[in-house]
Design a protein around this ligand. Structure first.
Ligand code: ADP
Ligand code: MG
Length: 608
């Protein structure tokens, strides 16, 4: 019986192997750029047509190849970068598998023009589906020019598998951007059809990041550079107020090679733990430099994934370095006290009359602010929990007991007239200054309250336990058609939120109860504002209905900038703020708290 197993012809074998390395035009671009980098090029030009489907051209000014090397280069497992299995242990080049050119040539029509410094003329080679079609000589400067035409012309299934030009071009742009980030000392030109997409001179990493991501984005980054026993880690991470809705902008390079590594991404994410909202991700560009023997880059055909000898060391190092940077930058945007003439008109006393105070009590809502009288309000009142190296404030310890409202009112007034010695002030009816152990906190009262209400509403939704204050007289509200339709759509959620209401037909609703954070009499205005805000958020891309309602309601029900607060209210606000999951960032991503450390103040006053 003839054997049913046959050894495949080299042609078929090559096509199969090519599938691993060459999946799309972007993979060709990546391999060819890597070759140019390995050849020591300081200038690389990439030109594509039809998103690389019909043409990819890469020109470099690297060391080039001799005639003999040029023909060997297309053989499978031909490489100048390693000699033995031991060499695999400490790879310093981008390539080493000796597969790229063979794989590319198996599925396209390739023309290579290359000249090394020793040769007078360049070698020109034409290869088509693996077969050498032509070899001639031509003149050119030192370097290599490679043209890849009609990718997958002989493997229609793969060609059909390609995505739209827009998508494929985006993939190529991603590859070029990553390479340009990893090699800022190289000059890059990237052209699609006849449009120049990148034209980057050799520059510093800082400028490269600016040029690729833009000045605004750059200003929201923190630069880091730490040398640790495990690795040198440098690059940029986003400030906590500049977060993204997806992971697309997370760049990790290991010894200049762009890699994808869940573990590293997680380590960075972990460092942001206390300042990041669910569904948000930090933007970062991190370069790890480490002994190549401590990592295996040969675990993935396209070398995208790597294996670290000691994963947990790398994890810890990345986490520590990132965390350190965040905390030494005070996690929150640094304050600038540049304008020396600014009169820091600190109010030691609030002079609210009793009526206003009572109103405020209702407005800020006892449910959110179970006010606590203060017994030991001294400078140690706010105790910042200093965790190891980082000084992230995680809790504020206030001493207090609950008393009835009448008592608070009386005591409140008294305490207020005696706040001169208390380490908390409201300025411009907008910001709260609080002295803490490590320095000074400045809190934006509106966004702080917004954060508190936001989290409260989310938990109300989660537990489906509506809390509503019944109105003495149900109110009938006439809404426009659009608003009526929106209320109809959101009704079940609004009811849980505490708007106890019924649809009455003819664009009319009847409200019988309101959320505990809404002051009676304001329900009409707040409902209207919530609906408007809901639409704004929806247009801005907030997809989740409940999240949107929580955001809109928090924004509209929160105390405003301009509202005067009593000391009790300020304390209560801060206390509740630090009970939230995310005291530092408001639901829209703006900072809530700015911290100025004593050291920072000392530095500015020349005390250190
Ligand atoms: P690898 O990069 O893994 O060695 P390739 O198939 O990508 O394998 O390339 C094979 C060889 O061809 C390389 O080892 C290198 O010697 C040579 N080569 C490829 N591209 C260039 C280039 N742009 N400049 C100089 N030499 C090159
Ligand atoms: Mg290569």
């Amino acid at each position: 019986m003839p054997s049913k197993i046959k050894i495949l012809s080299p042609d078929v074998a090559n096509k199969i192997a090519a599938g691993e390395v060459v999946q799309r035009p972007a993979s060709v671009v990546k391999e060819l750029i890597e070759n140019a980098i390995d050849a020591g090029a300081s200038r690389i030009t990439i030109k594509v047509k039809d998103a690389g489907k019909s043409l990819i051209q890469i020109v470099d000014n690297g060391e080039g190849m001799s005639e003999l090397d040029a023909s060997l280069a297309f053989k499978r497992h031909s490489t100048s970068k390693i000699r033995s299995a031991e060499d695999l242990e400490g790879i310093k080049t981008m390539g080493f598998r000796g597969e790229a050119l063979a794989s590319i040539a198996a599925v396209s029509q390739v023309e290579l023009k290359t000249r090394s410094i020793e040769d007078e003329l360049a070698t020109v080679i034409r290869v088509e589906g693996d077969v050498l079609k032509e070899k001639t000589k031509a003149s050119m400067e030192r370097g290599t020019c490679i043209l890849v035409r009609n990718l997958f012309y002989n493997t229609p299934a793969r060609r059909n598998f390609l995505k739209s030009n827009q998508t494929e071009l985006r993939n190529i742009t991603d590859v070029v951007s990553r390479m340009a980030l990893a090699f800022p000392d190289v000059e890059w030109k990237y052209i699609s059809e006849d449009e120049i997409l990148f034209d980057l001179k050799a520059e510093t990493l800082e400028n490269r990041v600016k040029n690729i991501f833009g000045q605004t984005q750059f200003e929201n980054l923190l630069q880091i550079d730490e040398v640790t026993p495990v690795a040198r880690i440098f690059g940029f991470i986003s400030k906590p107020n500049f977060l993204r809705r997806n992971r697309a902008e997370q760049f990790v390079f290991l010894n200049k090679r762009y890699i994808y590594n869940k573990m590293i991404n997680h380590a960075v994410f972990q460092a942001y733990e206390s300042v990041i909202e669910r569904g948000m991700f930090p933007f970062f560009i991190l370069f790890l430099e480490m002994d190549p023997r401590k990592v295996d880059v040969n675990v993935h055909p396209t070398k995208l994934e790597v294996k670290f000898e000691n994963e947990s060391d790398v994890y810890k190092t990345v986490l520590t370095v990132t965390r350190k940077s965040l905390s030494s930058n005070n996690l929150i945007p640094a304050v600038s006290l540049k304008n020396q003439n600014d009169n820091l008109d600190i109010q030691y006393r609030d002079t609210l009359n009793e009526k206003e105070f009572g109103e405020k009590l209702r407005l800020t809502g006892a449910p959110i602010f179970p006010l606590k009288p203060l017994e030991h309000l001294d400078e140690n009142l706010f105790i910042s929990a200093e965790k190891e190296s980082d000084k992230i404030i995680t809790s504020v310890d206030l001493v207090g007991k609950t008393v009835d409202t009448e008592e608070i009112r009386k005591e409140g007034m008294e305490t207020e007239t005696a706040t001169g010695s208390k380490p908390i002030w409201q300025i411009h009816n907008r910001y709260i200054f609080a002295q803490v152990k490590s320095g000074l906190l400045i809190i934006d009262q509106h966004v702080a309250h917004e954060r508190i209400i936001y989290e409260k509403v989310l938990s109300t939704f989660e537990n489906s336990l509506p809390s509503s204050q019944q109105l003495l007289f149900p109110e009938t509200i006439d809404l426009g058609v659009r608003d009526y339709e929106l209320v109809k759509e959101l009704l079940p959620h609004l009811v849980v939120l505490g708007f106890d209401m019924r649809l009455f037909g003819k664009n009319t609703v009847i409200i019988e109860g309101i959320p505990s954070d809404v002051r009676a009499g304001n329900e009409r205005r707040i409902l209207q504002e919530v609906l408007d805000e809901y639409r704004n958020n929806e247009n801005a891309g907030v997809k989740d209905v409940r999240d949107n309602i929580a955001k809109s309601f928090a924004c509209k029900a929160a105390i405003k900038s301009g509202d005067k607060l009593s000391v009790h209210e300020m304390i209560s606000l801060i206390e509740h703020l630090f009970l939230t999951k995310m005291p530092y960032v408001c639901p829209h991503g703006r900072p809530i708290v700015i911290r100025i450390s004593l050291e920072e103040l000392d530095k500015r006053f020349g005390r250190t």
